[in-house]
Design a binder for this molecule. Structure first.
Ligand SMILES: C[S@@+](CC[C@H](N)C(=O)[O-])C[C@H]1O[C@@H](n2cnc3c(N)ncnc32)[C@H](O)[C@@H]1O
Length: 299
């Protein structure tokens, strides 16, 4: 798959996420899958940054590439109300629908001192040295100019401020092996290439590159850890309903238009479901997610 095609398709996918509004998305299978997958990463990342139930100092945090607001949701649950009432959290994302959804969540879920706005991670419209904490949960690897995005996160941190982020470890396979195995089983030649990283800059799945890069950018107390968790899939039908967007992204980035016309998404979803139904003998199964959790302090 050409990296630029994958990047374009993935950006289109993110822009479209949450288009139907908060209620429709929040209760959908893809939203549940995202919560199950992203939340453990956010919990680990925030803990590594010193933000958990023991936190006593108020903070001013930007979550860059916030998606549906997973990081803010964890903060609202874990931080003591007295600390939260003196803190501020901004969720920024390039996807307008996502931002609208987080705005709805702020109201519907009574989030304290949280705001959401459209923010391009590559050019954060905020003065330098504004935040005590900046987070980015599984986002850097899909932002086109990921070096620009990293530089921006560091720029907007106050001296002494903490950057924390997660990315997928190169063994962080998730749903890739299941889709790949399914594509191989099709009764026609179905090219498959699905890389978690679409940005051209960096090796976001490599712990050593991440450590070197953060140290090279001048951060101190750099901490890089790895964590794995499982997310449960109840059935093959649930699997394909949870990730229709991902299957489509792979097809559009890897297949010719003729091949897509000959085998449209609905047919491909049915073939994937049939393969997984057989592979897991009609039972549920677990997906393994391995992530890198990185943090550092701006001197
Ligand atoms: C894999 S999702 C992660 C979302 C969320 N942080 C979570 O933990 O579920 C990546 C997010 O990065 C966002 N994104 C991609 N490019 C971006 C950019 N240039 N600026 C801001 N956000 C961007 C996407 O819209 C998407 O919401």
């Amino acid at each position: 798959m050409s990296q630029s095609k994958a990047e374009t398709e993935l950006q289109k996918f993110f822009q479209g996420l949450g288009k139907g509004g908060y209620k429709e998305y929040a209760n959908s299978k893809p939203a549940k899958a995202v919560r199950d997958i992203s939340t453990p990463l956010a919990v680990n990342m925030l803990r590594q940054m010193g933000l958990d139930e023991k936190t006593t100092t108020p903070f001013n945090l930007l979550d860059s590439g916030a998606g549906s607001g997973v990081v803010t949701a964890v903060l609202q649950e874990t931080i003591q109300p007295t600390v939260l009432s003196q803190s501020k959290i901004i969720s920024g994302d390039i996807g307008e629908h996502m931002v609208e959804m987080v705005k709805s969540r702020i109201v519907e879920e009574n989030w304290v001192n949280a705001v959401a706005q459209v923010i391009d991670a590559q050019k954060i419209p905020v003065e330098s040295e504004t935040f005590t904490h900046v987070t980015s949960n599984i986002s850097f690897h899909v932002v086109p100019d990921s070096e620009g995005a990293l530089n921006e996160c560091i720029r907007v941190l106050k001296p002494g401020g903490i950057l924390g982020f997660t990315t997928w470890h190169r063994n962080g396979a998730g749903w890739v092996p299941d889709i790949e195995g399914a594509f191989k089983s099709f009764p026609f030649d179905a090219p498959f290439d699905m890389k978690m990283q679409t940005t051209r800059w960096g090796e976001w799945s490599d712990v050593n590159w991440i450590r070197r890069t953060l140290v090279g950018k001048g951060l101190q107390d750099v901490d890089v850890a790895v964590s794995s968790h499982l997310s449960h899939v109840n059935s093959a039908a649930e699997f394909v309903d949870s990730i229709p967007g991902m299957i489509e992204v792979v097809m559009k980035a890897t297949w010719t238009e003729e091949l897509i016309a000959a085998h449209p998404i609905d047919e491909v979803k049915k073939l994937v479901a049939a393969h997984l139904e057989k592979k897991y003998e009609g039972q549920g199964w677990d997906l393994t997610w391995t992530s890198i959790i990185a943090s550092g302090r701006k001197p």
